[in-house]
Write a protein that binds this ligand. Sequence first.
Ligand SMILES: O=C(O)CCC(=O)C(=O)O
Ligand SMILES: [Fe+2]
Length: 348
Amino acid sequence: MPSLSHDAFDLHSADQVPDSYSWPSSFLHDHPVSAPDAVDSIPVIDISSPSAASLVGAACRSFGVFYATGHGVPSDLLRDVEAQARRLFSLPLHRKLLAARLPGFLSGYGRPPLSSFFPKLMWSEGFTLAGDPLDVSGNIWSHDHSLFCEVMEKYKRWMKRVAEKLLNLMLHSMGLDDEMTDRAGFMKEMILAVDALQLNSYPPCPEPEKAMGMAPHTDSGLLTVLHQNGGARGLQILRGENVSGTARWVAVPPLAGALVIHVGDLLQILSNGRFRSVRHRAVVNAAEHRISVAYIIGPPGHVKVGPIRRLIKAGQSPMYRSVTWPEYLAIRARLFDKAIQCVELPAK
Ligand SMILES: O=C(O)CCC(=O)C(=O)O
Ligand SMILES: [Fe+2]
């Protein structure tokens, strides 16, 4: 996994975009960026409302992304998690490098984990917190880490609760009741779910038209809960990818108090293709330091994820073979955005 070396380029003090960070225009402008309109307006769903399951199901089928309100996460916790992330990213580079991600490890500071799939570097830095936040922050702050750890742990507990609620809504939207989802073994296993926080930082970029904050990708897990800071735009999703001639990037600007939910590849597999994982990217801007906090969740490593049997109609075969998350990540490490095709089964 790539990490920054000690001669790393400091994005925070750059006055131009070096060639290694300069992306071809054909890549940056592969599809038009559409102005939000009725067709592309990302659904905003109150997940505490009685109609949430059907709305969530519709959003996951047609967009692969939606805004969740009514999630119950205290607004001061959302503020605190952003403030603590910002505090960490504001440290000088040599301090952040004390927690540099080591080869073969998930946690730590460095370039986005997907950097290895692209020839150019992205205008972003990140901290991955896969286990105890102290493993990362303790290397940077010998004394001042307790508030950071407290906030990150509290936020992770809230995120797990939100993710479980969302998964339940998603499964119910596909006609599976509590008994069936338990029989599928799935919600029970999710107690042991594997999760991580990915803190992303996009420093202001002197030439944003040349740079890419986070290159297009789908998230590999079941779902991602993303919190983006108040003012700065950056996140875009690709719509109409499977319909020739109409693909376009659609902005997903921050919406006060709302969390952004992404369908991941494993949920596409579990739902037998009813839900589609969403391809997304983050662009940068010249004025603002954008921060986002992504909570990623997937099943425990030993659990095989395959299409839920009830979702396969009589006489049809499953669309995908079963894989564990680690097996799927190994396929992704080889094939990146072709990984999902690799687990597709031929139609009978
Ligand atoms: O910063 C964003 O809005 C996107 C982050 C993202 O896609 C990720 O962490 O996987
Ligand atoms: Fe992502």
